[in-house]
Design a protein around this ligand. Sequence first.
Ligand code: F3S
Length: 278
Amino acid sequence: MKIELASNYGFCFGVKRAINIAQKYTNSATMGPLIHNQDEINRLKNDFNVGLYSNLNDVKENDTVIIRTHGIPKNDLKNLKAMNTKVINATCPFVTTPQNIVKDMSKDGYSILIFGDKEHPEVKGVQSYASDLDDVHIVLGIEDLENINFKHKKIACVAQTTKKKETYLEIVNHLILRNKEVRVFNTICDATFENQDAARDISIKADIMIVIGGKNSSNTKQLHSICLENCHDSYLIENEDDIDSSWFKNKEFCGITAGASTPDWVIQKVVDKIKNFK
Ligand code: F3S
C-alpha cells in the first residue's frame, strides 16, 4: 500500500519556526504559551527544559525569555528588554507585519480598525502598537461598525491572521462607502487554508484517508469533512492508538493529513504504525 502525506499538513510555518527557536534555547521560558498545543508545550518542557511564565513578575534578571508565536503587547516587550533579560522573539513574521502597519499608520494620523477577536493574544499585541489606543477599533463583523466614532477621517484596516477574507471584504466595503479614505492591508495568513486545499487534493486520489488531530479541534473536523467528500473511507484519529488495522484491507493508497495543532512526532508514529501493516 502506498502511503502519502498531503502537500501541506499539521503545524504552519510560524509554529514550526517558533518550535525550532525554542529547541535552541534550553533552560529558557516562554512569555505566554508558545503555541496552542499542550502536548507540544509539555514536550518542550520535558526534553528542552523550556518553561512558561504566567506573567512579567515571574521573570528574573539574566533569564532567557522567548516571545510566543502570537506576539505580546509592545509595553511588555519594552519592559522585558529593560529588565536585563535575553529576549528571543519567536513572533511569527506574519504577526509582526500588522504590528508594524498599526504603528506606522497610527503615527501618520490614521484611525485603526482591526478585524479580529479582541480577546485573542495576537490582536491584543497588534492593538498595542497604536500611538492612540483610544482610536483603535476591533470588530468581528459589519454589525460592530455601527457605534464606532473614528477620531480621524483616514482609516487604516488590518485583520487577525487567521480570519476569513470574505468577512474582511464585507467590513472594508462597508467602510469605504461611508469614509473618504480607507487603507486596507491584507494581513490574513493562508496557512490554515493551505492545509484544506492539500487535503482536498490528496483525498481525491486516496482510497483511505487518515486525518490526525484533536476530535474537538474545529480545523481538524473541517479537514475530515473535506476528505469525506472525496473519500468515503476517511477516518479521524487522535493518535496511533485509534488506528484499526481492518480499515486498510484491500486498500492501495493511504493519504494522511493532520490538523494545525498536531505535532510532527504524533504524525510520524501514525505513519510508522501504518507502514507495519502487511
Ligand atoms: Fe501560523 Fe503565522 Fe500564519 S503562526 S497561521 S504562519 S500567522
